[in-house]
Ligand binder design. Structure first.
Ligand SMILES: [Zn+2]
Ligand SMILES: [Zn+2]
Length: 142
């Protein structure tokens, strides 16, 4: 039985997905990606009934047409966000500068409003050197 979707999932995402679940014709659920019934073909299915499978996300268990999940993962190589419950699988790479530092410490002399006197305060300090924006930033090269 061919698991066509397995090979096309980005490697980092394979472990978050159960690929190739058999189709249960009794299911009344619909696919959160294309909104068609799961027991019917999905929006991206083009080859009739042969090889049609479902894929599920491992933690939330939401199920989609195999092809629909492939389409979703094709856009992102490092994470998937479940379109149904918004749970995030994988790692989102942000656009923070790469040369920053984060320091944390506890300061006994700073009191935040709403806390009794003498409460220790956790201080988080970020420091970034001046630099040039990279391709992932809004104004590269400046
Ligand atoms: Zn679908
Ligand atoms: Zn979900």
């Amino acid at each position: 039985m061919p698991l066509a979707s397995l090979g096309s999932l980005p490697r980092k995402l394979v472990r978050y997905v159960i690929v190739g679940r058999p189709v249960d014709d009794a299911s009344g659920e619909s696919c959160a990606i294309c909104t068609f019934d799961l027991k019917d073909e999905g929006m991206y299915d083009d080859d009739g009934d042969t090889g049609r499978t479902w894929s599920s996300l491992i933690d939330c268990g939401h199920t989609f047409h195999g092809k629909c999940l492939e389409e979703l993962t094709a856009k992102f190589s490092d994470h998937i966000r479940c379109p149904y419950c918004k749970m995030i699988y994988g790692e989102i790479v942000g656009t923070q500068p790469k040369n920053g530092n984060m320091k944390t410490w506890t300061d006994n002399n700073i009191a935040l409003p709403g806390f009794p006197a003498g409460t220790k305060t956790i201080v988080v300090q970020y420091s970034f050197k001046n630099g040039v924006q990279g391709p992932e930033h809004p104004n590269p090269g400046t």
